[in-house]
Design a protein around this ligand. Structure first.
Ligand SMILES: *[C@@H]1O[C@H](CO)[C@@H](O)[C@H](O)[C@H]1NC(C)=O
Ligand SMILES: *[C@@H]1O[C@H](CO)[C@@H](O)[C@H](O)[C@H]1NC(C)=O
Ligand SMILES: *[C@@H]1O[C@H](CO)[C@@H](O)[C@H](O)[C@H]1NC(C)=O
Ligand SMILES: *[C@@H]1O[C@H](CO)[C@@H](O)[C@H](O)[C@H]1NC(C)=O
Length: 317
């Protein structure tokens, strides 16, 4: 298939992992978008990749790479069952996934910049769409004009990289999803909160988007022992906490200290989680990504802890 790409549509494939014991994290994104479609990609690129590597001491290496700076580049994405594989020619970045979504591997081999290694994601939680499980007929939009498919909501990840000559090796929760849109991203989003993590036995994914016209859209996901408890586009509320907890956030809002999440587990009760930031994994004024700790549980029940990786976009004046 050779899908049409134009200047104002966007497509990205996203992979991450966060350490369950220290500050290490890795985020790798494959883009098929110009900066008119999605404003955070390299100017003059259509095919590009990003790597964000955070080391044990909290230092960050961020490298955006244009697939083919001076010529028409190429990328190939193929599917096998439910899984996909992709190669961005000229970057040394690729991924492959099994047809049953049990495992994805991202491979980087870019000797020029001293980046090499693999991120292996062994899934522990079933795939889902914004409003339900991975099945035919599901709504694919998390908010108007924003598509979302979450192939790996939670994984036991093994990161084993060398980045600019430094080792980055850790294990912890991992994740893979894909977003796309047929209009410019900022035309449809005023702000959004997204994140995922492992809280005791729970695999959690949250999405709380404020559309450009002021309507709020959400998606909530929780699983235990490989079984979905909730996969719904209702029943969750995510709000900033601590300093700078203004809602909705505007461009000039500072970074909040964390988030408060209430997630309806149906007959299992209401899961209440406090997320507290430890490390800033990316900061681009209109966009911030963090890792942090989670504390929470079903109201009135056991209290669990865990780690999370999460983000905020804010485009409102
Ligand atoms: C993906 O690629 C890695 C590295 O080349 C390989 O070890 C693995 O078997 C591949 N997995 C699939 C599903 O093709
Ligand atoms: C760009 O492509 C999208 C998706 O195919 C389509 O919906 C949109 O109308 C196109 N935009 C332009 C300006 O051609
Ligand atoms: C925003 O747009 C959506 C359709 O794209 C519509 O369903 C919703 O009612 C609108 N919200 C407001 C507050 O106008
Ligand atoms: C979350 O934080 C709020 C405000 O500090 C506190 O009242 C609540 O008890 C906390 N919940 C958990 C589960 O720690």
């Amino acid at each position: 298939m050779n899908p049409e790409i134009n200047a104002t549509s966007f497509d990205w494939w996203y992979f991450d992992a966060v350490s369950d014991s220290n500050s290490c994290a890795i985020v790798i994104v494959f883009y098929m978008s110009t900066d008119l479609g999605f404003p955070f990609v390299l100017p003059l690129s259509t095919l590009s990749v990003d790597i964000f590597a955070t080391f044990e001491d909290g230092t960050l290496v961020f490298l955006p790479l244009n697939d083919a700076p001076l010529s028409a580049g190429s990328a190939t994405v193929v599917t096998d069952g439910d899984g996909s594989s992709g190669i961005w020619d000229g970057t040394g970045f690729s991924w492959n996934g099994t047809s049953d979504l049990s495992q994805y591997t991202v491979t980087i081999d870019y000797p020029l910049l001293g980046i090499s290694g693999t991120l292996v994601l062994n899934s522990v939680a079933p795939a889902h769409y914004p409003c339900g499980p991975n099945q035919a007929g599901e709504n694919l939009e998390v908010s108007p004009h924003i598509g979302w498919a979450n192939a790996i909501p939670d994984a036991n990840a093994i990161a084993d990289f060398t980045v600019l000559g430094r080792e980055l090796q850790f294990t912890g929760p991992g994740y893979h999803d894909k977003n796309w849109g047929n209009q410019p991203f900022i035309q449809n989003v005023a702000s959004w909160y997204w994140g995922h993590g492992r809280l005791g036995p729970y695999s959690l994914v949250w999405f709380d988007v404020l559309a450009a016209n002021g309507s709020e859209y959400v998606s909530s996901y929780s699983a235990i022992n490989g079984n979905i408890i909730t996969a719904s586009c209702t029943g969750i509320k995510v709000r900033p906490t601590g300093e700078n907890s203004q809602y909705p956030p505007v461009i000039t809002s500072g970074n909040p200290q964390g988030f408060h999440i209430e997630l309806d587990l149906g007959s299992d009760g209401i899961l209440e989680v406090n997320v507290t930031t430890n490390v800033v994994l990316a900061d681009a004024l209109l966009y911030t990504r963090w890792s942090g700790t989670m504390v929470g549980g079903v109201k009135g029940g056991s209290v669990y802890t865990g780690v999370a990786l999460y983000e905020e976009f804010k485009f409102q004046e």
